[in-house]
Design a protein around this ligand. Structure first.
Ligand code: SAH
Length: 460
């Protein structure tokens, strides 16, 4: 059968894709359908037809799935921020748990591991400590601040974001007002003109400290003093800064920070460890779940106080310092220099003196260290290696060095189960066995899931 654009088919949704889209089949042809969920019977209109699969949208829901719920957010369907608010939370968790297990079995070709129950949230709303709002000029000449609609750069105004930090809308309204009064224009990505591109707001949930960072296509923000004065009325406002981004690019943040108020960071706590966080550094967005994730990583690391631990992709040293108290020595590696500066300060802040940090790519720093030791006639080893890479997973050179160092345990924290599974296959073929898998719902209402696994040496 030939499938083409605008064809309409009646279809039952049987799966959920990585971005939360429904998956259904007509005569073996797979369709990915935004806003459809397993159990729905729908009329789907094809929007793009490829050879073996295509994309479609919901034309009509004929029989809704039993797992459908009314989204709490009025713009949930249009806004690209959430993908599966219309799926009951219980089923979201089930879907994520199954996805990770299937990918490990199918791509990783592993079996016999213990799949622990997913760690879900008691309240899956208002969980994010960080939001990046695009700013744009509306057709009516009013400044719009919100989130992009799915797959486009149309800004959907979000009065109140149900997964964001409560109260952010008041801060946004102060900034919008300040821009209007002083005729400061939002950035226009078509003409590369205008000033304000994004507004980044971060809140440290444990301490209440707030950071506001305006991402601008320029070097200064007019009447900055009066904006700072107004922002300081918000309780907890600790840092107000500018980020310079003059590139024609979708990347949100540029490299340069200009502080308008404060020291350029806010301080948060995870468990009983305190962390300074600068705007350019990565920091887990869901603090309630982060504690559970790190506690699992700590448990899997199996520390007794005698171990040498590497924490690769360490960010501001969160996992490193979380583990340092139970280890002999921790070495953290991270690519962003500002994050390593935070990590070093964070060690001092917590009086931790058995952690050291290196700036660089994990896939360069670790092999270089290994070779340098080898030249001295020393075989570099580690008891535990923790990795927490971005979605693309581990670089081949890094995997090879990890295996050469023969750690007893590898603790892998992953935000992409497909690349995790690929790396698990490699490690399984090179002397390691997957024993424990635990998923953690860091991103409720989206299709994403965080996983932490333990792999141990087969000969141990
Ligand atoms: N473990 C940290 C950070 C995890 S996010 C935490 O839990 O907070 C992944 C981190 O890897 C980011 O800080 C990112 O800047 C960093 N990173 C990305 N590519 C890298 C590479 N090739 N080498 C080292 N770090 C990298």
């Amino acid at each position: 059968m030939m499938f083409k654009k605008n064809d309409i088919y009646e279809i039952k949704i049987t799966g959920l894709g990585n971005d939360g889209e429904g998956i259904g089949r007509v005569d073996g042809y797979t369709l990915f359908i935004k806003d459809a969920i397993p159990g729905d019977i729908i009329k789907a209109r094809i929007t793009k037809a490829g050879k073996s699969y295509g994309y479609a949208r919901v034309e009509e829901i004929i029989v809704p799935s039993d797992d459908r719920v009314e989204p709490v957010c009025p713009v949930a369907a249009r806004c690209g921020g959430c993908q599966i608010q219309h799926l009951s939370y219980e089923k979201q968790l089930e879907f994520k748990q199954n996805k990770v297990q299937n990918q490990l079995e199918r791509i990783g070709k592993v079996k016999g591991f213990t799949m622990h129950p997913i760690m879900g949230m008691d309240n899956p709303y208002f969980y994010r400590n960080k939001s990046q709002y695009p700013v744009a000029m509306g057709k009516d000449g009013r400044i719009k601040i919100g989130f992009y609609a799915g797959r486009t750069h149309n800004v959907i105004e979000t009065e109140k974001c149900y997964i964001g930090t409560e109260g952010n809308e008041k801060i946004l309204s102060v900034i919008r007002n300040h821009m209007e009064v002083h005729h400061i224009l939002p950035y226009d990505e078509v003409n590369h003109k205008g000033l304000v591109r994004h507004i980044l707001i971060r809140k440290a949930f444990a301490t209440g400290q707030l950071m506001v960072c305006l991402v601008i296509n320029g070097k200064s923000y007019p009447h900055a003093d009066s904006l700072v004065e107004q922002l300081l009325k918000f309780e907890g406002m600790t840092s107000v800064c500018l980020n310079v981004n003059r590139e024609k690019s979708n990347v949100i943040l540029g490299k340069e920070i200009i502080n308008l108020y404060g020291e350029g960071y806010i301080t948060d706590k995870i468990g009983d460890v305190a962390f300074e966080i600068s705007p350019l550094a990565f920091y887990q967005v869901n603090p309630v779940q982060t504690v559970k994730l790190y506690q699992t990583a700590l448990e899997y690391a199996g520390l007794t106080g005698k171990e040498t631990v590497w924490d690769l992709y360490c960010g501001i040293g969160t996992i490193s310092l979380f583990l340092a108290k139970s280890a002999l020595h921790v070495k953290g590696v991270e690519i962003i220099p500002e994050a390593i500066e935070n990590a070093r300060n964070n060690a001092k802040l917590n009086a931790i003196d058995n952690a050291e940090f290196f700036v660089g790519k994990a896939e360069e720093v670790l092999p270089a260290y290994y070779e340098q030791q080898e030249r001295k006639g020393i075989k570099a080893t580690a008891d535990v290696i923790v990795v927490d890479p971005p979605r693309k997973g581990l670089d081949i050179r890094l995997r090879e060095t990890m295996v050469k160092m023969q750690p007893d345990r590898i603790v892998y924290v992953s935000c992409d189960s497909a690349t995790l599974a690929r790396d698990v296959e490699y490690l399984t073929q090179n002397g390691y066995v997957l024993t424990d898998v635990r998923t953690c719902d860091m991103f409720a209402m989206s299709g994403h899931v965080e996983t932490v696994i333990l792999m141990s040496r087969k000969d141990k």
